[in-house]
Design a protein around this ligand. Structure first.
Ligand code: 16G
Ligand code: ZN
Length: 531
């Protein structure tokens, strides 16, 4: 077929370096940008096939998130704006690793296996972050799409969650919003303004937020969005990309891992600050107190604030909807304890990686999911949205219930339900703090984090560690979990686990305990070295 001839011709312009093997990991392909040209072309091909298969628009995002500038990566987005399904991750890995001369065979295998009708039309949305390599790499994706005769729309510079949003809008015929950057700002900012409009005692201090844009795409997009906020949120933007390097000593990942503010930003004591990561799908909040001590409010603190707010509104609205919080093993034990025992909210734990959390959150009427690292959102079931909508329109309910229903409706509209979104999460958190008249310090004292430590260990083969129970227990190598258990039980409120990383060739070690965490951690490290 002529189509395949074109693929062959075009693929010669995007050759695969011999011997290079890459895997579609937790967040797609990610490595040094120099190794990715052929991957991008092939993901253009694969997205086209996925579009034909699903008869819907598919997204391809070129980004390496919080990785250093010299890296890049690519992820596929499914029709409803969610991560591509697991079977297709396997197709992605196969296609990526086929030798140049076997590319057509690999492609045809997928077509056959998935019974794809090649005459079906295909549409692919493409977006990219601000890395210098992103321009040519996203062009390679576009080349891949056109080689298979697909139609593409290049959104250029967008955040990862913005591209997820576009895909969802497109495939729901605009019901979720308009599939443009302008449509995105309008939807989320309008909802924010509605939510904050009756918070008359909100002071100027509460309207002011200090933001670290990680010198990335998020900073650019916040600038574009600002006028839509009509001064209801005044953002002082740092690390806007005009001087510093992407993610260098700044951004959500740096702040979370280092447990300190980004370098070079002047923060006044008590000032409310937040950091985005390099593609703006993660956010963390923080402040320093009058003694100069740094306080981090991570994904767990956000999940707690948001779920508490939603639970209160559901109760006021008299709606019997099932709400749950989904966390990973990295969630601080204090947050889980608070949610389960004080808030009486159902908590579920899943494996690391957004797709796992998203999937479990879909099981509930209202599913709040957050990774401790600041990636998270809230999902509302269709039935829940309908009940809230009905109540908001009902003229026969009392003021209290009506008010709660209206707040819930606007809360739904300020949330990007397709994926964790730093911009949308920021607007949601800011709205909740405004409505509750709460300072960041008050939010921080809802519960106190247990001291915790994280470490990565280089081992010969990280796959020797196999885990179960949402990565909280090691099954192999034999004796490891037992040794950890024996250590942990000597400390109060202690918990520890090891798991192989899904993004780096290392094993990650986590431990939390009361004041003795340092002691526990050094013993754990010793244990792993000896294993
Ligand atoms: C990826 C995941 C993130 C997870 C991290 C864990 C997505 C979009 N991102 O960045 O959710 O926390 O991997 O990395 O799923 P690790 O396996 O190396 O600890
Ligand atoms: Zn990211």
């Amino acid at each position: 077929m002529a189509q395949f001839q074109e693929v062959l011709k075009q693929s010669a312009l995007h050759p695969k370096p011999a011997g290079l093997v890459l895997q579609y990991g937790t967040s797609g392909f990610r490595t040094n940008a120099k190794q990715l040209d052929h991957i991008m072309f092939r993901m253009g091909l694969l997205a086209t096939l996925r579009s034909k298969k699903t008869k819907a628009t598919i997204g391809v995002m070129v980004t390496a998130s919080h990785n250093p500038e010299e890296d890049n990566g690519v992820k596929l987005i499914d029709p409803m704006g969610e991560m591509v399904t697991q079977d297709w991750e396997e197709h992605a890995t196969q296609l990526a690793n086929a030798d140049q001369e076997d590319l057509l065979t690999a492609l045809k295998n997928i077509i056959e296996k998935e019974a794809i009708n090649m005459s079906q039309e295909a549409n692919v949305f493409v977006g990219k972050d601000t890395r210098s390599s992103s321009a040519s790499l996203s062009q390679a994706v576009l080349d891949g799409v056109s080689a298979l005769g697909g139609h593409s729309k290049d959104y250029g510079l967008v955040t990862t969650p913005q591209l997820h949003y576009m895909v969802c809008c497109q495939n729901t015929q605009g019901k979720y919003g308009e599939a443009t950057v302008e449509g995105y700002y309008t939807k989320f900012c309008q909802a924010f303004i509605q939510l904050t409009k009756n918070t008359s005692n909100r002071t100027d201090d509460q309207k002011h937020l200090c933001l670290d844009g990680a010198n990335g795409i998020g900073a650019l997009k916040v600038r574009e969005m600002e006028s839509h906020l009509k001064k209801e949120l005044q953002i002082s933007l740092n690390n806007d990309g005009s001087k510093g390097r992407l993610n260098h000593q700044c951004g959500a990942d740096y702040v979370k891992v280092q447990q300190k503010p980004p370098t070079g930003i002047k923060i006044n004591p008590g000032e409310r600050c937040c950091s985005f990561d390099g593609d703006a799908d993660r956010i963390v909040y923080y402040y320093t107190d009058s003694e100069g001590t740094f306080h981090l409010l991570d994904g767990d603190k956000m999940a707690t604030l948001i779920s508490t707010f939603l639970k209160e509104l559901l109760t006021q609205a008299g709606l019997d909807l099932k709400i749950a919080v989904v966390q990973t093993a990295y969630a601080n034990g204090s947050s889980t304890h608070y949610l389960e025992n004080t808030m009486k909210v159902l908590v579920r734990c899943t494996k690391t990686g957004v797709k796992h959390l998203h999937h479990v959150a879909q099981e509930f009427d209202v599913g709040v999911y957050f990774e401790a690292n600041g990636h998270g959102t809230v999902l509302f079931s269709k039935a829940a949205e309908e009940k809230i909508q009905q109540l908001a329109e009902d003229t026969n309910v009392n003021d209290k219930r009506k008010k709660a229903a209206l707040l819930l409706r606007n809360t739904i509209n300020v949330i990007n339900q397709t994926v964790g979104d730093a911009i949308s999460d920021m607007l949601l958190i800011e709205a909740i703090l405004a409505i509750k008249g709460m300072t960041i310090q008050q939010w921080d004292t809802i519960y106190t984090d247990l001291p915790n430590r994280q470490l990565k260990v280089k081992v010969a083969d990280r796959r020797v560690i196999d885990t179960t129970d949402a990565e909280r227990r090691a099954v192999t190598p034999a004796g490891l979990q037992e040794a950890i258990d024996n250590l942990v039980k000597k400390y109060r409120q202690a918990r520890s686990f090891v798991r192989p990383s899904g993004t780096e060739d290392v094993v990650r070690v986590y431990a939390e305990a009361d004041t003795q965490v340092r002691n526990l951690f050094s013993k754990l490290s010793l244990l792993l070295i000896l294993m």
